[in-house]
Design a protein around this ligand. Structure first.
Ligand SMILES: [Zn+2]
Length: 69
């Protein structure tokens, strides 16, 4: 069986995601709530910058670490 393939969250992108970006918009989400985007290498920085500029970015985690869950 093929391994689970996670696709990049960037609009129109069909590359395989290698990183998860966890974020929260304090204006919309309570403290217990987090959202997650996943990104390919080409979009990781773009998406992280987008979130970081707004102060939303909480955590950046690699998806390649098997079982790190
Ligand atoms: Zn992408």
């Amino acid at each position: 069986m093929p391994e689970q393939l996670v696709l990049c969250s960037a609009r129109g992108c069909r590359e395989r995601a290698i990183v998860a970006l966890r974020w929260r918009n304090p204006a919309l989400h309570g403290a217990a709530r987090t959202k997650q985007w996943v990104a390919c290498p080409g979009h990781e920085q773009q998406l992280a910058d987008f979130l970081d500029r707004r102060g939303f970015l909480l955590e950046r985690a690699s998806l390649s670490d098997e079982g790190a869950g």
